[in-house]
Ligand binder design. Structure first.
Ligand code: RET
Length: 318
């Protein structure tokens, strides 16, 4: 048994012994003030969801994609914040650094894993909002979303690990964040600018806002789950302000930017059952003929001058 510790180089079983896995109680926790703040953020997220859904109903169904994605983001956050306000959705994790500061003195910290479940669902949706605005090719979008999921999952695992190995996970997450930032700031911007100045301007606004905010998250993590420097109440305020900026404020900016952009311009041709058909599609079985005509039917057909079936005119007509 001793021999497994004597092998040179690999300290894994010594640093993370199985004896450390037992149920624990946390002694570095949020107070009632932290809970109050989490409830306040719950209300903000819930109100934003109602506003985004209400805005969706003001435009035709075929133009609601960004409203729906954005409302889904704040809807999920509402539930996550409800959970944290209730002092639920956490694990008690022994701290790597035992501090003397009374605000963080103790041996096990309350780590809200529900935060990461929220981010696992909502950060890909945020990126989708951004990358669909740029009209990026779908393989680039999918790959960036995968890197984003890696960032969130490694962040969660790092937060739940008690030894210094947590910083290994932090490093993986940072590498993923840099890749995401490269795609958003560089690749996305080139694509968005190519689609016209209105789209380029909207993209620059939401893209720059996002990348600025996203780089503040690892700082919050380093001070909270990572380094146990700030109290769980301060962690609540830090992440809460960031989440409000990155979700409801981001969503408002995005939908404002999209008010004059037809999703069809971005290659998002969405069909609705009551779309008017192009005269040439009305022959035969009417709507059935239109439904089978993937290339020209739906939104494009509805908004295009007779005989013209390309994307540019479809957009210009709206
Ligand atoms: C973690 C931990 C370690 C390193 C990095 C992280 C990045 C997290 C980010 C989260 C973004 C969340 C958003 C939520 C919206 O409400 C996981 C904190 C890089 C970028 C935008």
């Amino acid at each position: 048994m001793e021999n497994i510790f004597k092998r040179a180089g690999n300290d894994a079983l010594r640093e993370n012994p199985n004896s450390m896995v037992y149920p624990r109680v946390s002694d570095i926790n949020i107070t009632i003030r932290g809970s109050d703040w989490y409830w306040a953020v719950t209300a903000v997220m819930g109100a934003a969801t109602l506003v985004f859904v209400a805005l969706a109903f003001r435009v035709p169904r075929s133009k609601r994609i960004f409203h729906y994605i954005t409302a889904a983001i704040t809807m999920v956050a509402t539930i996550a914040y409800f959970t944290m306000g209730s002092n639920l959705g956490y694990a008690a994790i022994p701290v790597e650094f035992v501090r003397s500061n009374p605000k963080v003195a103790g041996t096990a910290r309350e780590i809200f894993y529900v935060r990461y479940i929220d981010w696992f669902i909502t950060t890909p949706l945020l990126l989708l909002d951004i990358m669909l605005t740029a009209g990026l090719p779908w393989p680039t979008i999918l790959y960036t979303l995968l890197l984003d999921e890696i960032m969130i999952v490694t962040g969660l695992v790092g937060a739940l690990v008690e030894s210094r190995y947590k910083w290994g996970y932090f490093t993986f997450a940072m590498a993923a964040l840099f890749y995401i930032a490269y795609n958003v700031t560089w690749v996305g911007r080139k694509h968005a600018n190519a689609l016209g100045s209105n789209i380029g301007r909207t993209y620059l606004m939401v893209g720059a806002w996002t990348i600025f905010l996203w780089f503040l998250y690892p700082i919050a993590w380093g001070l909270s789950e990572g380094g146990n420097v700030i109290a769980p109440d301060s962690e609540a305020v830090f992440y809460g302000v960031l989440d409000i900026m990155a979700k409801p404020v981001f969503g408002a900016l995005l939908l404002w930017g999209h008010r004059n952009i037809d999703p069809a311009t971005l290659g998002l041709h969405i069909r609705d059952y009551d779309d008017a058909m192009h005269p040439s599609e009305k022959s035969g079985f009417g709507s059935a003929a239109a439904a089978n005509n993937g290339a020209t039917g739906g939104v494009t057909g509805a908004n295009t001058a007779p005989g013209v079936h390309n994307d540019t005119t479809a957009t210009a007509a709206v």
